[in-house]
Write a protein that binds this ligand. Sequence first.
Ligand code: DAH
Length: 328
Amino acid sequence: MDLSRLVDEALREIDTAVDENALIQVRARVLGKQGALSLQLRELGTLAPEARAARGKDLNDAKMRIEAAATARLEALRATASATRLASERIDVSLPACGPSLGHMHPVRRVESELIEIFAGLGFEWVDGREVETEHYNFDALNIPADHPAREMQDTFFVRPGVVLRTHTSPVQVRTMEKRKPPLQVITTGRVYRHDKDTSHSPMFHQLEGFLVDDRATFVELKGVLYAVLRSLFGQNVEMRFRKNFFPFTEPSGEIDIRREGSWGGRWMEILGCGMVHPNVLRNVGYDPDLCQGFAFGMGLDRIAMLKYGIDEIRVLFENDQRVLERF
Ligand code: DAH
């Protein structure tokens, strides 16, 4: 074959080789042992000595051009391959991470465990209660008789006549006192149920109840305990005030409001109910009100979580929208 055609063809094939393999094949066809150019080089020996030098130089030039082109093409192919790989393996660090997400505690649980810990520090033991209660424990034993208007303070779900979903955690006071003798210093937490629904009420919510009974408990101690707890929970700069109130199971009864600069629109927020355990409640569990006395208190954990974390609507706590809960 004509040398310049051979070179042109080889160069074209080298330039259009799509990968290293194609390139190796072109090289073998031209420069390999049986390659077109190698055969021509081998034929040099058959030429007359005068012609040999010029022909030899032409062949050598051709070989070097082809080899240089092959080397350049090889580098180009490798560069493209590496660029393609880098592009496909590129990590976009600005994309949202997709690692496993960590679970965390629900705001109500968090407030609950924080309070249990604070009360434990003051010597209060946690006990469990039951969510389905008899009217006796939920009302009568707490000095709320059937015909008493106080029953209407709490809209009740009846499971069947005489059995209710507890409307508050106060029945735990009765069940605990019945089983044990003073001195007692106990809290309980759990779900309670009322036929109530608006932005700040849900038919199921959570309460913390506590009481202390011994032979000399006073209202001053009640105040000391609750002020200490509220300061731990809401910070030392929280302001607190007592308001008188009525609960059938305490006498006298009060309510505590809290206020904090920069929070809750500067308003006083109702936070808990409390009082001295009513002598009738003590009598109902077989205690002698002349020999012992105590104080009690009850608070809504959902309401506390809402105040603490700035949540406006109670339903936010129970819809379980992870995007919302993750913010607290
Ligand atoms: N049981 C009351 C309620 O659910 C809250 C309460 C008030 C509990 C005063 C108490 C207390 O122990 O002393 O509304």
